[in-house]
Write a protein that binds this ligand. Structure first.
Ligand SMILES: Nc1ncnc2c1ncn2[C@@H]1O[C@H](COP(=O)(O)OP(=O)(O)OP(=O)(O)O)[C@@H](O)[C@H]1O
Ligand SMILES: [Mg+2]
Length: 319
């Protein structure tokens, strides 16, 4: 059985202008110990998809449909005590921008001990010992557990966030833009760390980024999201070598090479569509260079176009 199976997930937000369909039919399967990348432009629904899995949506957000099967339980329906037991113990998340959200007046070690004391029946001594082990695991000097966040660099604070996510030994860690705020050198170190941890602890990971270079080396599989939907899904290598969807091709074309200038995926002309009243047909049609009539009228389903390679595009023949 796969660790996580997401099927037809729809997550909507109530807004003054109407219902915003942030995630609008997302399917994927994550195997135990695998890393999956979730990529796409700002606003395509990456964070909303992650928060749905954790059931940590803001008050105006709700799961409008679909299944989130995690270790045999449908997260879309789990509530109360049962939900609390799964969160942090089995699934944890490194929030977007979280390294800047550490409590400035609390010692770093104490902050990592908190989830341990909250979720496990252990005393402070045991928790503190675990904190030191976690420090070591993420490459921080355990003698520094009593320091405050301002004494740590950005990269070290991100290591702290990763340690916190690992505190209760989860099966799945979701990392939302884990390296976006860091410079390129530190970015590479954090990605290396995540890869090592994933392998050594047999962790499953979902890594979210708008930057494909972050996902290229870290992830086994990749999901490309556009306007609330997955437009392409396959093994990472396959997506990079043989992208099928015009949006993915655009993202990869904008993918900076090591020597070249850094170009953001936004280099694809135009803007994503309105998610309150999405246009009929393919949501990418207005920005696509290959649009045909059918693209404007009929929504393309996500279908297998090559072995184990899925795309949602009328221009690509189903397998
Ligand atoms: N609380 C909210 N209320 C209303 N709309 C929201 C709320 N949170 C997010 N949205 C909208 O949902 C859509 C998806 O947002 P989300 O944050 O999931 O995107 P993202 O892919 O994570 O983007 P980024 O790369 O900028 O982090 C966007 O249109 C966003 O404006
Ligand atoms: Mg986000």
């Amino acid at each position: 059985m796969a660790l996580l199976e997401v099927e037809g997930l729809r997550t909507y937000f109530k807004t003054q202008e109407g219902t915003l369909k942030a995630v609008d039919g997302v399917d994927f399967i994550l195997e135990k110990g695998h890393a999956m990348g979730l990529a796409g432009e700002s606003g395509c629904g990456k964070t909303t998809a992650a928060l749905s899995i954790m059931k940590l949506l803001p008050a105006n957000g709700y799961i409008a449909g679909g299944k989130i099967n995690f270790m045999g339980q449908d997260m879309a329906r789990v509530t109360g005590e049962k939900l609390r037991a799964i969160r942090w113990r089995d699934i944890s998340i490194v929030f977007q921008g979280a390294m800047n959200a550490l409590n400035p007046v609390k010692r770093v070690g104490e902050q990592i001990a908190e989830p341990i004391l909250l979720h496990e029946d252990v005393d402070k001594e045991v928790a503190n010992k675990r904190v030191k082990e976690l420090f070591e695991l993420v490459g921080l000097n355990p003698t520094r557990v009593r320091e405050y966040p301002h004494e740590f660099s950005g990269g070290m604070r991100q290591r702290v966030m990763i340690a916190m996510a690992l505190a209760c030994k989860p099966r799945l860690v979701i990392a939302d833009e884990p390296t976006t705020a860091l410079d390129v050198m530190i970015q590479a170190q954090i990605l290396d760390l995540m890869k090592t941890l994933q392998r050594e602890l047999e962790l499953a990971m979902i890594i979210i980024s708008h930057d494909l270079s972050v996902l290229a080396e870290t992830c086994d599989t990749l999901c490309i999201m556009y306007a609330g939907k997955i437009v392409e899904r396959a093994d990472s290598v396959e997506v990079f070598r043989n992208p099928q969807h015009p949006y993915t091709q655009g993202l990869i074309a904008a993918f900076p090479n090591v020597k070249g200038e850094r170009v953001m995926p936004g280099a694809i002309a135009g803007n994503p569509p309105n998610l309150i009243e999405p246009q009929p047909g393919c949501r990418f049609a207005k920005r696509c260079s290959f649009t045909k009539d059918i693209c404007l009228n009929q929504e393309p389903p996500l279908v297998e176009v090559l072995p184990n390679h899925y795309a949602a595009c009328h221009l690509v023949e189903p397998r």
